[in-house]
Design a binder for this molecule. Structure first.
Ligand code: GDP
Length: 458
């Protein structure tokens, strides 16, 4: 088989999830999409219909009716892929889906590869690479923050910023390169002070984008959160309390069959992912003392740490010593006293006199709302709400770092009054890495890696 999937083929795939559903949508894209569908469709002649119309009819294998369907037509270039696209809504039976797809294959379509519809949309100029990647993020977004970051990226917010940076740099690259043509005459078309100013402006924007990745990562993958504390402090009780509430919320939403993601809760549009909770949830294991080293390792991975203190079984001295010890390691944590339902009032009062304490009862589910507020306050939501571009994609992050490094080299070159030809190389390199983000510069390998992460049908 030809390893390079031809853009001339007409491709077909199921666009809705596998399994039984009320309806399923099968999508065809390519030059023959309408003709292929027309061969097995009984109803109006699809080749004579207008774009953006829907037609009722039957799909037949010879005289055998496979299903009654609705066919939607999108004629090139007014479609997602900018090719002719036909979407066939069938009844959602796996048998029907299989039969219909097989009919299309028989009539000349081939099965789409992972991400191939989106890849075609990109190749045909529907959007740039960053936007194509945002389609995948949007499909997988499961929190409000992830959704709005992906939506912003898909609608071109990030791409516009990158394109503007590139345009300015291209202008200077051409000026510097013009000098090379006149190298004998020792002229400077590209004013070095202006170029340095531009590089500085670019660096400010790029560094801001680079810095936003910390937040972007959290938006996309959830805030890694750890519940730490001595054995029997109530860690598993707290985890279960938080997760059970989440479960209740998820199943309360009538009619949804959303998968419940274990060990994750949603607050203020962000997801908090509890890491390494296996030990905690295994209740038989609860007396096992977690080694200090292991706890520390765990805490290092976390963005947010809830540290539980047992107000019933630990003495005031022990608690104070433990806090001191933790603070000495300069790991930020939320100081939480647990078991207020049974704890000595004086002990609580004494701790309350210190800053930053939060008191809960995991067992009785008291003050959990306050704890959740504290969790949210640890993440800078302002950035998300401000609509600023947040880099959520590790590939973009890498490219931005490389761009910034290349720009540093330009700065060094300007300072050292290095010749234009060497400087032109650094500018070209910066342009190359910026271009990788939008896909102005691509390789087959890069495209393959990106689009193979999509599902078939996307
Ligand atoms: P872990 O070892 O830190 O995971 O602690 P567990 O969650 O297993 O709890 C240890 C013991 O403390 C259990 O007997 C819990 O029932 C009890 N416990 C947990 N939270 C509370 C609470 O808020 N109040 C009281 N009175 N007991 C609690």
């Amino acid at each position: 088989m030809n390893p390079i999937a031809s853009m001339d083929d007409t491709i077909v795939a199921l666009a809705t999830p596998q399994g039984v559903g009320a309806i399923a949508v099968i999508r065809l894209s390519g030059k023959e999409a309408i003709a292929i569908c027309n061969k097995v469709f009984r109803g109006k002649d699809l080749t004579k219909q207008e774009s953006h119309t829907i037609h009722f009819g039957t799909i037949r294998d010879g005289e055998k009716i496979i299903d009654e369907v609705l066919v939607s037509l999108f004629i090139a270039p007014k479609s997602f892929t900018k090719e002719d696209v036909v979407e066939i809504s069938t009844h959602g039976s796996p048998y029907i889906i299989k039969q219909v797809i097989q009919l299309f294959l028989r009539e000349g379509a081939r099965l789409a590869r992972a991400g191939e519809f989106t890849k075609r949309a990109f190749m045909n100029g529907q959007f740039d690479l960053a936007q194509a990647e945002a389609v995948a993020d949007l499909i997988h977004s499961d929190s409000e923050a992830a959704h709005s970051a992906a939506m912003n990226q898909m609608r071109g917010g990030f791409s516009a910023e990158i394109a503007a940076l590139r345009d300015q740099l291209i202008y200077f690259a051409s000026m510097v390169e013009l000098e090379l043509d006149f190298s004998e005459e020792d002229v400077e078309f590209a004013d070095r002070t202006e170029l340095q100013n531009l590089v500085n402006r670019l660096q400010t924007v790029i560094k801001k984008l680079i810095d936003s990745f910390d937040l972007g990562n959290v938006i996309k993958n959830g805030v890694p959160t750890v519940i730490a504390g001595k054995p029997n402090a109530g860690k598993s009780t707290l985890l279960n309390a938080l997760l059970n509430e989440e479960k209740a919320i998820v199943s309360d939403v009538a009619g949804t069959t959303r998968d419940f993601i274990e060990d994750e809760i949603h607050l203020e549009g962000l997801s908090f992912r509890f890491i390494d909770t296996a030990g905690l949830r295994d209740t038989d294991d609860k007396v096992e003392a977690i080694g200090v080293e292991r706890t520390r390792e765990k805490m290092k991975q976390a963005s947010v740490i809830i540290y539980l203190f047992d107000l019933v079984n630990e003495s005031l001295e022990d608690i104070n010593a433990e806090v001191k010890n933790l603070e000495a390691q300069s790991i930020p944590f939320i100081k939480v006293g647990n078991k207020i339902d049974e704890a000595d009032a004086e002990k609580i009062a004494s701790l309350k006199a210190q800053d930053g304490w939060l008191f809960i009862s995991a067992g009785k589910k008291e003050n959990l709302e306050e704890l959740k507020d504290q969790l949210v306050s640890k993440v800078n939501l302002q950035e998300i709400k401000s609509g600023n571009t947040v880099v959520t994609n590790a590939r973009h992050y890498e490219s931005l770092i490389r761009t910034s490094e290349a720009l540093d080299n330009v700065t060094t070159a300007i300072a050292a009054q290095i010749s234009g030809d060497l400087m032109a190389m650094d500018i070209r390199e910066a342009l190359h890495y910026l271009g990788e983000i939008s896909g102005t510069v691509t390789t087959d390998d890069l495209l393959e890696t990106i689009f193979s992460k999509f599902c078939i049908g996307k």
